[in-house]
Design a protein around this ligand. Structure first.
Ligand SMILES: Cc1ncc(COP(=O)(O)O)c(C=O)c1O
Length: 318
């Protein structure tokens, strides 16, 4: 069901399951602030767990470690369009009686062995913000596998209104408006072409950066058809010679704007600064990788000269 933005959609997805007030929802700190905020705005407590080194998505073992008697749900994020450990997270959720919700803001259009990413877990939330592959300027969507949830979402999206005389839930105004819809219909026409250009760009990045020591590229996941939204690289200074921030500045000086997504991470922000990051490691991997990850420009505006410049920056001898 469509929403006016992804944050309101996340709020409603968490509201849908009547999670006990004050209960804990386990999520990743390597995400946009809205993921954690949606938990807090629902009167729930965000609990942060570490990410896996290869995919940078929520580590199921860290999630398991973070579970307490107060845990009510897991909120996984398909960060950069990289798919979470779907089976392992579902297994934890099933064994521990938890709801499993996905923030799929980066994964609109992703398929796993031909199956839509929207069909996993108890609900998946998408964002159609202007920065996303498919956008309605601002917009969002909740997908749920259970038909009975659709009616509840419909009411929650529209002030809880059931009919002219009945308000049945504590709803919000989450409706996508007509102008947003019109933009979406227009943008839908360009999405396949844009995805093809980006798929070719991904290929180019693999060719020019695939053998650079100390630079790990976004992993190719078996059976996953990527939604082509981000191209993160992880720069290990010890092996590469320079750090992420130096590369960022060098690219910037050439007019190439990479993004330090997601740095700072949620647990660096004031509302969550005192929160621990649960991990199976001594030092959470996310505390390390947040200073190493860099999202390279990934859209049809990247031209051949940009690629030459990017290759030059990464392969420059220090
Ligand atoms: C991972 C993630 N979750 C949630 C959101 C919030 O979506 P919106 O901007 O549509 O409210 C965003 C980004 O915009 C995001 O990147």
């Amino acid at each position: 069901m469509l929403f006016n933005n992804g944050t309101i959609a996340l709020l409603v997805a968490l509201k849908l399951f009547d999670l006990p007030e004050g209960s804990e929802v386990i999520t990743t700190p390597l995400t946009f602030a809205a993921t954690a905020h949606a938990i807090s705005w629902n009167g729930l407590t965000p609990v942060f767990a570490d990410v896996l080194p290869d995919t940078l998505t929520l580590d199921p073992a860290a999630v398991e470690k973070a579970i307490t008697p107060k845990t009510s749900a897991i909120l996984g994020v398909h960060v950069y369009g990289t798919v979470c450990e779907l089976d392992a997270l579902q297994d934890v959720a099933d064994r521990r009686g938890l709801k499993l919700i996905y923030d799929a803001a980066h994964a609109f259009g992703t398929k796993v062995n031909g199956r839509s990413i929207a069909s996993y877990g108890d609900a998946s939330v998408f964002s159609f913000h202007a920065t996303k592959l498919f956008n309605t300027l601002e917009g969002g969507l909740i997908a749920t596998p259970r038909r009975e949830d659709q009616e509840s979402i419909y009411f929650l999206r529209n002030f809880g209104i059931k009919n002219e005389e009945e308000v049945v839930s504590v709803g919000i105004n989450g409706k996508l408006n007509e102008v947003q819809s019109a933009i979406g219909i227009l943008n839908m026409r360009g999405i396949t072409g844009e995805m093809q250009v980006r798929a070719a760009l991904r290929q180019n990045y693999f060719e020019i950066l695939g053998d650079v020591p100390g630079v790990a590229l976004q992993p190719k996941q078996n059976g996953v058809t990527s939604s082509e939204q981000y191209f993160p690289v992880v720069i290990d200074q010890a092996k590469f010679g320079r750090n992420r921030d130096q590369v960022y500045e060098e690219l910037k000086s050439l007019g190439i704007f990479a993004r330090k997504y997601f740095h700072p991470i949620c647990t660096d922000f004031l509302p969550y600064r005192d929160c621990q990051i649960h991990s199976v490691r001594q030092v959470p991997y996310v505390s390390e990788v947040k200073s190493q990850v860099l999202c390279l420009p990934f859209h049809s505006g990247v031209d051949a000269q940009d690629l030459v410049d990017i290759e030059t920056v990464f392969k420059r001898k220090v």
